[in-house]
Design a protein. Structure first.
Length: 221
């Protein structure tokens, strides 16, 4: 009712402050799409304040990320998620694995980052405006990381050995917490392609992880 009363006045901008926080998950998800449809029909700019990142990604055309009262990046949901401008944004939006290191070289558009946390040199094709010797962070999303039995990773780049410490079954996916040989903890998200009982990886199993250089997001440390 409050939304209807506000829209009938045809404001240029409508502020929505945590409008869905009191709804349960399924109703909130359905209402998100309904609000998007209403906004497109009436043509009024909606400014929505939310602490729910999934809600922000679903409903917005532009997102502003704030840190200590300052706007640190503005962009589309895909830009914020896939092209974060700094470590804070990369770490704030969604889940991410961060490896601090030093940019050693850039050859043919591919950067080489020496990372003690990873225990290896990491490859990244995304090294904009970075300088040799600079301390940087390699950010990689959990869903971009591949998981393989120890010795079965083949030629997968950015290959690191580790051990599975925890597994969370979420129905449509499984989340693996992997401890690398360096002690660094890494999160890997794998889509469920079969029954839980048939999933191939177990706790305390030695494995290898890896990801393509294009999945490495290089941001300032």
């Amino acid at each position: 009712m409050a939304l209807a009363r506000a829209i009938v006045k045809r404001p240029k901008v409508l502020l929505l402050d945590e409008p869905l926080s009191a709804l349960d998950k399924k109703l909130r998800e359905a209402t998100q799409f309904e609000l998007v449809n209403i906004q497109e029909q009436v043509g009024i700019t909606f400014v929505m304040v939310t602490h729910d990142q999934e809600e922000a990604m679903t409903m917005s055309t532009r997102i502003a990320v704030m840190n200590r009262g300052q706007i640190v990046q503005v962009g589309t949901p895909s830009e914020i998620y896939e092209e974060p401008e700094n470590r804070f944004v990369a770490d704030f939006i969604g889940s991410v694995n961060l490896f601090e290191g030093t940019l050693k070289q850039v050859d043919g558009g591919t950067g080489v980052i020496a990372s003690a946390e990873a225990g290896a040199e990491l490859l990244a094709t995304n090294c904009p405006d970075r300088h040799l010797g600079e301390t940087v962070c390699v950010a990689v999303r959990p869903e971009r990381v591949a998981l393989a039995k120890a010795g079965d990773a083949g030629d997968l780049p950015n290959r690191l050995p580790g051990t599975i410490k925890d597994i969370a079954y979420l129905g449509d996916s499984c989340v693996y917490h992997v401890t690398l040989a360096t002690g660094k903890s890494v999160t890997v998200t794998v889509p469920s392609r079969g029954r839980w009982a048939d999933q191939p990886f177990k706790r305390e199993e030695p494995i290898e992880i890896g990801w393509e250089p294009a999945c490495s997001l290089v941001v300032g440390a």
